[in-house]
Each structure stands twice: as structure tokens, then as C-alpha cells.
Design a protein around this ligand. Structure first.
Ligand code: GTP
Ligand code: MG
Length: 303
């Protein structure tokens, strides 16, 4: 039944803020990963499944590569490592407006011999041809890269040539996931991410980096097409709690209003969202508290 069918894993890696999640969503055609202008938006490795004609490509979106400064950072870097393990190919995303850095070079040098890599030179819409050319020249000097494709993930420009190169990397094999699925993330997980995305957009300075979200209730209301969602926004410090709530509760209301719109799209019905704000001191450095928020280092080490 699946003669000549191709199926495999492609990891999407790169520095923080390069546009990995935007690209994942653009290729899948659905929102599987949250996006923001802040670096370190993605904290987990996430699957986005493309079910094409004659192939199934499973994209693994990963957190941005950076030097970990706390337990959460270590968890994120572990997620990158685990996302790169046993894949059939890698899309390494570089932000053309920042150019190629020493870290990019280091990654490509280290991995190009181990696994097929296509570089997506992203944000071509935000740079001049000359700037793009400088980075293309630098990439020319790196041995072993299979392809370099300038793209704009945000504007969906030039994604076809990239897809062509990625399809070439897939081995023959039957699909690994049901053909009508585009993600493996649960609704509950997606709900926490949507709430975190709104917090990342609306909160300032260091506050959003210390935000975690946990769902207390995710329930259909009897036979009515209504979903009740109660969630905790967890922050790191008492002083942050006041900021998340805002004057007269205004900030929390804004986060809830924006999140509710996206949650209604996610569940396909009316949502009643109740948000609470809790403080868990320095949770990003506590394995125990991180686990409570769904970040479990040991779970990553097992796979
Ligand atoms: N101009 C422009 N902006 C882009 C493009 N792709 C992504 N962005 C923007 O770049 C920012 C980061 O995008 P993300 O997709 O969250 O980047 P990421 O690499 O997943 O970031 P982390 O998860 O933090 O590592 C967002 O503000 C995006 O809108 C692009 O093609 N052009
Ligand atoms: Mg991301």
C-alpha cells in the first residue's frame, strides 16, 4: 500500500529568534508552535506533521540554541539535542538580518558531516540583496551543507524549493503518524502555550521569561458547546505577580481576552477562561517546580 512512499524526521534548528517556529507553522499550514519577537519563545521540541502526496514529513521544531543560565535553559538545550537525534535531515535557520554568527558556523561545522543540512536563510524580506549575498558567500565556505535557500517564513516566500530539498532527504517508508494529524501536542498543552504567547507579547522586560502556565481545568460544560478553562500563570517573583495582574487587573484581563480568542479557534467552541496568578520562587531553577509545569529533564533524557 505504501510502495514508494517516503517518510522521515526533519529537525528545525537555529539560534533563538531566527524564525524556526514561524517556518514550522508555514510549512505545516497550521499553528503548531507559538511565535514571538522575544528570543527563547519555544521551550520544548514540538512536532509538526506534513502529510503530502506520497510522503509524510515530521518536522521537529526546537528551542533556540543559547548558553543555558538556569535549569530551564538546560532543559531547552537538552530538547535541541534530543530533537537532533536520529533525524533524516536538518533545516538550520539563520536570520539574514543578523547575518551568520560564530555560533551558526560552529553548529554547521560540527553537524554537516553527520546529517544532511539545508540552511534556510530566513527573513529575506527584511534585508537588501547585498546583505543577503554577504551571508550566502560566508555559507559557501562551509563544507558539507546540502543546500542554502533564502526564504521568508513570515511571508511564505520561496518555501517550495526548500521543501523539494527536504523531500529528497526522506527515506522510503510507511507513514509514522495517522495521515490526518498535524501535531502530537495535546489540546491542554497547546492551551498553555497560547496563554504563554500572549504573556510574551504583552509583558515587559524580564517578566515574560519567568512565566510558566499550568491548566487546572479543561472541561466541556455539560451538553453545551462551551469549554471551561482555568489556568495558573506562574511567575518567579512576588514583584512580577503585581505586574502580571496590572493596575486594577487590567493586564491579566488583556492576556485573558487575547488568549480566549485563540483558544476558541483551538477547541472550535466558546471558551470561558479564568486565569490566576501564582508565584513559585525561582521555579526555573527547581527541577521539582519545572516538572510541575511540564518541563521534565528526565523525560527528555529517556528518548
Ligand atoms: N521580517 C520577518 N520576520 C520574521 C520572519 N520569520 C520570523 N520572523 C519574526 O521573527 C520573530 C521570531 O520568530 P519565531 O518563529 O518565534 O523564532 P524562533 O526561531 O522560533 O524563536 P525561539 O523559539 O525563541 O528560538 C517573530 O517576531 C517573527 O514574526 C520572516 O521571514 N521575516
Ligand atoms: Mg520557536
Amino acid at each position: 500500500m505504501y510502495e514508494n512512499f517516503k517518510s522521515g524526521f526533519i529537525c528545525i534548528a537555529g539560534l533563538a529568534n531566527a524564525g524556526k517556529s514561524t517556518l514550522t507553522n508555514a510549512l505545516v499550514g497550521e499553528k503548531v508552535s507559538i511565535v514571538s519577537w522575544r528570543p527563547q519563545t519555544t521551550r520544548n521540541k514540538l512536532l509538526g506533521i506534513i502529510n503530502g502526496d506520497g510522503y509524510q514529513m515530521v518536522l521537529i521544531d526546537t528551542p533556540g540554541i543559547h548558553k543555558a543560565r538556569n535549569h530551564l535553559g538546560e532543559y531547552m538545550m537538552q530538547a535541541v539535542e534530543s530533537g537532533l537525534k536520529d533525524v533524516d535531515g536538518v533545516v538550520y535557520v539563520i536570520d539574514a538580518s543578523r547575518g551568520m554568527s560564530a555560533e551558526d558556523y560552529e553548529f554547521l561545522e560540527k553537524n554537516a558531516k553527520k546529517v544532511p543540512i539545508a540552511v534556510a536563510l530566513n527573513k529575506q524580506d527584511a534585508v537588501t540583496r547585498e546583505t543577503l549575498f554577504v551571508t550566502l558567500q560566508k555559507l559557501n565556505g562551509v563544507e558539507g551543507i546540502k543546500a542554502v535557500v533564502p526564504i521568508s517564513a513570515k511571508k511564505c516566500e520561496n518555501l517550495e524549493p526548500l521543501m523539494t530539498r527536504l523531500k529528497e532527504m526522506l527515506p522510503e517508508g510507511a507513514p509514522m503518524y495517522p495521515r490526518d494529524e498535524y501535531t502530537q501536542s495535546s489540546m491542554r498543552f497547546m492551551a498553555t502555550e497560547i496563554i504563554r504567547e500572549k504573556a510574551l507579547y504583552l509583558l515587559d522586560k524580564e517578566v515574560p521569561y519567568g512565566i510558566g502556565v499550568s491548566i487546572n481545568k479543561f472541561e466541556e460544560r455539560g451538553n453545551q458547546p462551551i469549554c471551561d478553562i482555568d489556568a495558573d500563570i506562574v511567575c518567579e517573583k512576588q514583584s512580577h505577580k503585581a505586574i502580571v495582574i496590572g493596575k486594577g487587573g487590567e493586564m491579566l484581563k488583556k492576556i485573558a481576552t487575547q488568549a480566549r480568542k485563540d483558544l476558541e479557534q483551538l477547541v472550535g467552541e466558546k471558551v470561558f477562561l479564568t486565569l490566576y496568578v501564582r508565584v513559585k520562587d525561582e521555579w526555573r531553577d527547581s527541577e521539582y517546580l519545572m516538572k510541575e509545569l511540564g518541563y521534565d529533564l528526565r523525560a527528555l533524557k529517556k528518548d
